[in-house]
Write a protein that binds this ligand. Structure first.
Ligand code: NAD
Ligand code: 6OD
Length: 490
């Protein structure tokens, strides 16, 4: 059986406690994972501290950027290994991992190396009342040892999205990937080892959240900051742990994202876009849409066309290039999503499409599959409309006016993403700016430029990452203020 080990202070470390890494396609075991105990996590944090105080901390920006480019190149050289590991852990279609997950794993390192090389210092010239001047300039220093805790839905993409800028800023990292998807993180440790990232700068510990590696990271006083992607409830627990020593946190959390479709939209493009926004990665993307509002004149046509398109989704083996949808990540998550399918019926929804479990007549019946689903007819305060489900399900509802739909779309404690579909330029600007979200897309969805701010408000998170925003989170800024006399003293 393949063994996935921890990586601490530049060495792969075993553990007596092991757990299974399960393939959600058919429930088979992919690998045995070595769970880090508290001593291993403490050792990783101590190694991180030594790295920041030692060779890693002393490294010049240009050298650090060069190392990050080498990480990107090595991920690309081992592209097929990363692809196989990501697909085995998640069951996602190989086409998706090939086009999104693995390329973004490499791109995250390249982009933040670029940002590091081009980031200017901030400076202000201050004129004083007595005629003298002051020159203020700001220098960046690492925060220290950063705990990186990531989820299972886009495992490599989301881990590297935080590891790359944290390393670019000269921090050491102690990473804990989701227990569901430890594969690509372990390969990343191999990459760090191969390209010569100094011992202790990158550490990887495997395990669970409470009572395991996740909690051991967040409660260790040697951690200087925590960056986390996952459920809002977990973010709240981590925030409590971080509060004791007032550690900075960056949180990318859940969403209950709305799409607003106006009657003047480009219908076919909107339908294409919505199929991605609803069912990419089986709806397991924090940005996915779960609430669709359609302007009334278009409502029946849109619902009919959406149902017809859902029937063309191909639930299949990940290796089949025709497959367009995979399983959910785990039995537990499948049961949660099916619980919402049942709740939708209890709340009085009309099941427009799906709503069940597919049958394959082969090993996939041991996996964690659900049908892509559309529901309708629920009031805005129904639980299926207000709670994040994180599966291939959406609710469609008609609306009559722009102000009405803005109010309804914004009436959620989450604030991550929205998409607006219209050909009216004025409406596009008006409505997207009125959305209480961190990310508003117009006539597109999940189109990313890694220099832009990414994050959410409310239950969807704290802070923004991306480009300079990441560099600001992962750096400690020191302002240097120098008084400059205007006259030479005799
Ligand atoms: P999760 O919160 O259950 O787990 C995320 C990570 O936190 C895992 O590594 C887990 O082991 C760890 N963890 C759990 N409890 C912990 C604790 N008490 N202390 C420390 N670590 C702990 O989330 P998930 O189920 O893996 O991911 C799905 C969720 O993530 C969804 O809610 C989704 O919306 C959200 N998400 C948000 C974004 C974003 O950018 N906003 C991106 C991806 C996923
Ligand atoms: O594209 C990104 O940088 C990013 N953080 C995506 C998050 C997707 C959520 O599942």
């Amino acid at each position: 059986m393949k063994q996935l080990r921890n990586y601490v202070d530049g060495r792969f470390v075993e553990s007596d406690r092991r757990f299974d890494d399960v393939n959600p396609v058919d429930g088979s075991v992919v690998a045995e994972v070595h769970e880090a105990d508290r001593a291993t996590v403490d050792a990783a944090i101590a190694a991180g501290r030594r790295a920041v105080d030692g060779a890693w901390g002393a490294m010049r920006n240009t050298e650090r950027a060069a190392l990050l480019y080498r990480v990107a190149a090595e991920i690309e050289r081992r592209f097929d290994d990363f692809l196989a590991a990501e697909v085995a852990d998640t069951g996602k279609p190989i086409s998706l991992a090939r086009n999104v997950d693995v390329p973004r794993g490499a791109a995250n390192f390249r982009v933040f190396a670029d940002v590091l090389k081009t980031l200017p210092l901030e400076a202000f010239q201050t004129e004083l009342d007595d005629g003298a001047q002051a020159l203020n300039y700001t220098v960046r220093k690492p925060l220290g040892v950063v705990g990186v805790i990531s989820p299972w839905n886009l495992p490599l993409l989301l881990l590297t999205w935080k590891v790359a800028p944290a390393l670019a800023c000269g921090n050491a990292v102690v990473c804990k990937p989701s227990e569901e998807t430890p594969g690509t993180a372990t390969l990343l440790a191999e990459v760090m080892d191969t390209v010569g990232v100094p011992a202790g700068a990158f550490n990887l510990v495997h395990g669970f959240g409470p009572g395991s590696a996740g909690e051991f990271i967040t409660t260790n006083h040697g951690i200087d900051a925590i960056t986390f992607t996952g459920e809002s409830r977990t973010g709240s627990t981590i925030m409590r742990a971080a509060a004791e020593h007032v550690k900075p946190v960056s949180f990318e959390l859940g969403g209950k994202n709305a799409a607003i479709i106006f009657a003047d939209c480009d219908f076919e493009r909107t339908l294409d876009g919505m199929m991605r926004a609803l069912y990419l990665n089986s709806g397991q993307v924090c940005l996915c849409t779960e609430r669709v509002f359609v302007e009334r004149p278009l409502y029946e046509r849109f619902v009919g066309a959406l149902s017809a398109r859902i029937a063309t989704l191909r639930l299949g083996w990940p290796s089949d290039s025709a497959t367009t949808m995979g399983p959910l990540i785990s039995a537990e998550h499948r049961d949660k999503v099916l619980g919402y399918y049942a709740l939708a019926r209890d709340e009085g929804a009309t099941i427009v499409a799906g709503g069940g479990v597919p049958e394959f007549g082969d090993a996939r019946d041991n996996g964690f599959w659900v049908e892509p689903t559309v529901i309708a007819g629920l009031p805005d305060d129904a639980r299926c409309i207000t709670e994040e489900i994180f599966g291939p399900i959406c609710h469609v509802a008609p609306f009559d006016t722009e102000s009405e739909v803005i109010r309804r779309a914004n009436s959620t404690p989450y604030g991550l993403a929205a998409s607006i579909w219209t050909t009216s330029l004025n409406r596009a600007h008006r409505v997207s700016q009125a959305m209480k979200v961190g990310l508003a897309w117009v006539n597109t969805w999940f189109l990313r430029d890694l220099r832009t701010p990414f994050g959410g408000s409310g239950l969807s998170g704290i802070g923004r990452e991306g480009g300079v925003h990441s560099m600001n989170f992962y750096s400690e800024l020191t302002n240097v203020c120098i008084r400059i006399e205007q006259e030479e003293r005799a």
